[in-house]
Write a protein of this length. Structure first.
Lengths: 198, 500
């Protein structure tokens, strides 16, 4: 059989999404065709989606070959490791109960998981760009805009091996000034600029 | 006719206020910049700048966002011609003949015809939008809920059919987008759907987070994984003037490109990229210089560049008259309008004359500005290309981050964006197109409302969709389009057109 792996996975994603959605939709009243309840349109959507996903899946069995890029051992291991890291951090931070609200638990779990994912070189860009982005969210409200910018820029610039410390420093200064001017001075968004704990 | 002139006069009065001119100029400058820079497109930029426009009045915001879109079409040609590097998808075909012209020492001429052709096409398209707007609106006002539902369904089908890659997968993406659009509070009963108890989700999945994650963040990662392409400048820009012979050859191509672009721009799923491909194919078959294709034929620059600019403007027609987005950029415009408290639809021309006519007038003003921005200042844009991507992407990232946070001053939106960044990355690795998803996401909630209303009016009879002539013909067109794309011969033609 000539399997088109990319399409096969696409089909599985569509079917999974539809099945989970259909299952969650059990809580909503369907209503009748004349007076549709909140569950009617979701039901229609998920039924169509499962149908399309099914066709994509079946056609993929014969339309290949179209394999995925080969993953190295490190890349394969990093994915479950990142998922474990996510849940471990989530429960540890939730258990520590230091910070309340503002999705600190969720944010730190995402941040740690992204860092773990970035260990093999193949996932470095994927992991570090997202890690930088979530670090921004973590630092913003307590650490202030400037600290969040520095964190985001430093982490995400590691993703490109060409970066040198001097260039990163210059970029930090430039972007901090630019963002201060655009977002604080001109647009006046409501956010702390400097760390709160100082 | 007189009414049209009056309305346009009103539009110019709106567009020529200092604030609006400034924002139009800003939009055009940003558009040209991202057009010149490969690796960042109009969808990512507009979603990036959406939050910044919230503080402005709706008209000003839309004028600026529109400027980014058509500005990008101008800027995209510069890199295509000088560096053989398409700055945008819509200028991929310009590299074929444009770069050859540059190597023949006629880079200046190629840039000039690209800018002049775009300006001519932009002017024609602006007039078309102005003339067809009120006309289509009066038609649209007679639409019932059933007709609306079918029209949106048709829009979704065609946008999936014309998208790159597999039609079936694109339809799957559209439906997935509709499904994501279901999250949030049900409008009629107030019940929370698929919110998992997260209060932030009761307004639905964040539109800006979705667009930024899938188009902005995922794009950055894919660009980082790809080795950076740097080709050297082919030659000096040279004389910007066209020879008489070049001018004579280019004129019919510009006319044909404008026509093709204007028509394809109106189609859902059409837009700049598709029309420049179509125009290129047409020029290669029909123009007088067709035997010179491959050696730097001016027709191969004049046609596609006119077409993509015409299309980027006429794609506003379905949005402004029917409230239906024709492509991903227009889906963002719908988002921008809704956030501003304006429901896009046929009543917009009447209810928001400032916005409608002001936008049209600003398009023409913007085109004029772009002519100046691009031709004499070409050297400045070439300099911009020397900024390496490693300095560019952290800047894009922090602007994304601040922008997404400032929508509702909530870090949840930041984490939502991370999620969609991962999803967008996986999708692009599996060749699942995000553009149809975005259109489905925007249209989904509107479709649900019209479906419910139509079924209530018809007392639960599904036949209403076939009995109403407007609705029936929409469904028929949709069915024909779907069947046509299932035919192997046509599908190959599309793949070929999009692959080149």
């Amino acid at each position: 059989m000539k399997i088109n792996t990319k399409d096969l996975l696409s089909g599985i994603i569509l079917i999974l999404f539809a099945v989970i959605g259909y299952w969650l939709n059990q809580d909503h009243a369907l209503g009748t065709a004349r007076r549709m309840g909140p569950g009617y349109m979701p039901m229609l959507t998920f039924v169509i989606l499962v149908g399309i996903g099914g066709i994509v899946f079946l056609l993929a069995l014969f339309s290949g070959p179209n394999p995925l890029e080969n993953w190295t051992r490190g890349e394969i291991l990093a994915v479950p490791a990142a998922i474990i890291a996510f849940f471990a951090t989530y429960f540890i931070v939730a258990g520590l109960n230091i910070f309340q609200g503002n999705y600190y638990v969720l944010g730190s779990a995402i941040f740690v998981a992204c860092l773990v994912l970035a260990i093999p070189p193949g996932w470095r860009a994927l992991g570090l760009v997202h890690a930088g982005f979530s670090l921004f969210g973590l630092l913003l409200e307590q650490g202030g805009l400037m600290l969040a910018l520095v964190g985001c820029i430093v982490v995400s610039s590691v993703a490109d091996p060409d970066h040198r410390p001097k260039g990163v420093l210059g970029m930090i200064i430039f972007l901090c000034v630019l963002c201060w001017w655009v977002f604080i001075k001109e647009l006046d968004i409501r956010v702390n600029v400097w760390p709160q704990f100082l | 006719m007189e009414l049209l002139i009056n309305n346009l006069g009103h539009g110019f009065a709106v567009a020529l206020t200092v604030n609006n001119i400034l924002f139009c100029l800003l939009g055009c400058l940003i558009g040209t910049a991202i057009g010149v820079l490969p690796g960042i497109g109009p969808v990512a930029t507009i979603s990036l700048l959406l939050p910044i426009t919230f503080g402005q009045p709706a008209t000003t915001a839309i004028i600026m966002l529109a400027g980014i879109y058509y500005g990008a079409q101008y800027g995209g040609s510069t890199t295509a011609i000088l560096l053989n590097l398409p700055g945008e998808v819509s200028s991929v075909v310009t590299t074929l003949e444009g770069y050859k012209m540059a190597r023949n020492g006629r880079a200046g001429a190629a840039l000039t015809i690209a800018a002049l052709g775009s300006f001519f096409a932009g002017t024609c398209a602006t007039i078309l939008v102005a003339a067809s707007g009120p006309l289509l609106t009066s038609v649209a006002l007679s639409f019932g809920p059933a007709d609306y539902f079918s029209l949106m369904l048709l829009g979704l089908i065609i946008s999936a059919v014309l998208a790159q890659g597999s039609v079936l997968k694109s339809i799957g993406m559209v439906v997935l987008g509709v499904a994501l659009g279901l999250v949030g509070t049900d409008v009629q009963t107030g019940q929370q759907r698929f919110t998992f108890g997260v209060p932030e989700l009761s307004d639905g999945v964040g539109f800006v987070s979705l667009a930024m994650g899938m188009f902005g963040i995922a794009e950055i990662i894919l660009n980082l994984e790809r080795p950076e392409q740097r080709s050297v400048l082919a030659a000096k820009v040279g004389s910007l003037f066209l020879t008489k012979e070049e001018f004579r050859r280019a004129v019919p191509s510009v006319l044909r490109g404008t026509l093709v672009g204007s028509m394809l721009g109106i189609l859902p799923g059409g837009g700049a990229a598709l029309s420049s491909f179509a125009s290129y194919m047409m020029e290669r078959k029909m123009s007088r210089g067709r035997h010179e294709f491959g050696n730097g034929a001016i027709e191969g620059v004049a046609g596609p560049e006119s077409a993509n600019n015409a299309a980027s403007q006429t794609s506003f027609i379905p949005l402004l008259t029917l409230g239906i987005p024709a492509n991903a950029v227009m889906a963002l415009m719908v988002g921008a309008l809704i956030i501003q408290g304006i429901q896009p639809g046929p009543r917009m021309v009447e209810a928001q004359p400032d916005l409608f006519w002001g936008l049209i007038a600003s398009m023409w003003i913007g085109n004029l500005m772009l002519l100046v921005i691009n031709l004499p200042m070409i050297g400045m844009w070439v300099k911009l290309l020397q900024v390496p991507y490693k300095y560019l992407y952290p800047s894009i990232l922090v602007f994304c981050a601040i922008g997404v946070y400032s929508i509702s001053n909530n870090v949840f939106d930041v984490y939502q964006t991370v999620l969609f960044g991962f999803v967008g990355y996986i999708f692009s690795k599996l060749k699942m197109e995000p553009a149809p998803l975005l259109i489905g996401f925007v249209l989904g909630p509107m479709m649900e409302e019209h479906l419910r209303r139509a079924m209530l009016l018809s007392r639960g009879d599904v036949m209403v969709f076939v009995e109403r002539p407007i609705s029936a013909s929409m469904l028929a067109i949709g069915a024909v389009a779907m069947i046509a794309m299932m035919l192997p011969s046509l599908r190959k033609g599309k793949d070929k057109a999009l692959a080149e």
